[in-house]
Design a protein around this ligand. Structure first.
Ligand SMILES: Cc1cc2nc3c(=O)[nH]c(=O)nc-3n(C[C@H](O)[C@H](O)[C@H](O)COP(=O)(O)O)c2cc1C
Length: 224
């Protein structure tokens, strides 16, 4: 699969088959994660790998209990808050493998760097026919000192990006994206040759393209 396909086909997957992900596959996607850039090449990412349906369901139950106990009032606004109110709902979507990207050290941008590693991991998985879903709702629980101790994770590691991995039991629906919104645009060079996709976008928005901010860019009807 080329990179374009991997980017456009990756979707957060919330239904998984029972098929187990192999250790070799996990190693491959984790290696891909480590190819992410980091400032001064500090590579602040560390990985936790937790595998097994029963183990993950136990994590799910406890992470959800913690989440529910510490909910902020704004939680009701979340579109899936109903799911979380139902005790049966698996916070890990019944996946069999969880990879947690932790930050340790990193003087400048450790969280961003772990996010880049996470995207690499998810794209590599997508390219290998694996499905993934980031599980932000697990983070608070994973960062509890007693949970780090239980899992053998060093105290100074911060869980940044939990991701479940498995084989998809469904093709997730397309999740629409808004058109790019440009808030700065200053293109000072004359271009030779054929128009780029950006030029075409600007033209379709009524701009002549290539210069000045695309002030005519349409705003989406819905921000979903
Ligand atoms: C930091 C982060 C945390 C997320 N946490 C969750 C989560 O806890 N549970 C979940 O089902 N999806 C979670 N998602 C998935 C998003 O809902 C999903 O990426 C978004 O709706 C776009 O859909 P797509 O990934 O299929 O393109 C998270 C995504 C990110 C980037």
């Amino acid at each position: 699969m080329d990179i374009h396909d991997a980017i456009y086909r990756r979707r957060a997957t919330r239904r998984y088959t029972d098929r187990s992900v192999t250790k070799a596959a996990v190693m491959e996607i984790v290696r891909a994660a480590t190819q992410a850039p980091s400032s001064m090449n500090e590579q602040p990412w560390r990985f936790g790998v937790f595998h097994g349906a029963a183990l993950l369901e136990d994590f799910s139950r406890r992470a959800k209990a913690h989440l529910v106990a510490t909910l902020s009032p704004s939680f009701d606004l979340h579109p899936r808050s109903q799911d979380y109110a139902e005790w049966d709902h698996s916070i890990v979507h019944h996946a069999g493998t969880l990879v947690v990207i932790y930050a340790q050290g990193g003087r400048f941008h450790p969280a961003e760097e772990c996010g880049l590693a996470a995207q690499n991991l998810m794209l590599a998985a997508s390219g290998m026919g694996l499905a993934t879903c980031p599980i932000g709702f697990m983070r608070p629980w994973l960062n509890l000192p007693e949970i780090k101790a239980e899992l053998g994770v060093p105290e100074d590691c911060t869980a940044i990006f939990p991701i479940v991995v498995g084989y998809a039991a469904e093709t997730p629906p397309d999740v629409p994206r808004r058109e790019p919104e440009f808030v700065g645009w200053r293109w000072t060079e004359e271009k030779a040759g054929s128009p780029t996709p950006f030029d075409r976008l600007l033209r379709s928005n009524g701009e002549v393209g290539g210069r000045g901010a695309p002030t005519g860019a349409p705003r989406p009807a819905s921000v979903g």
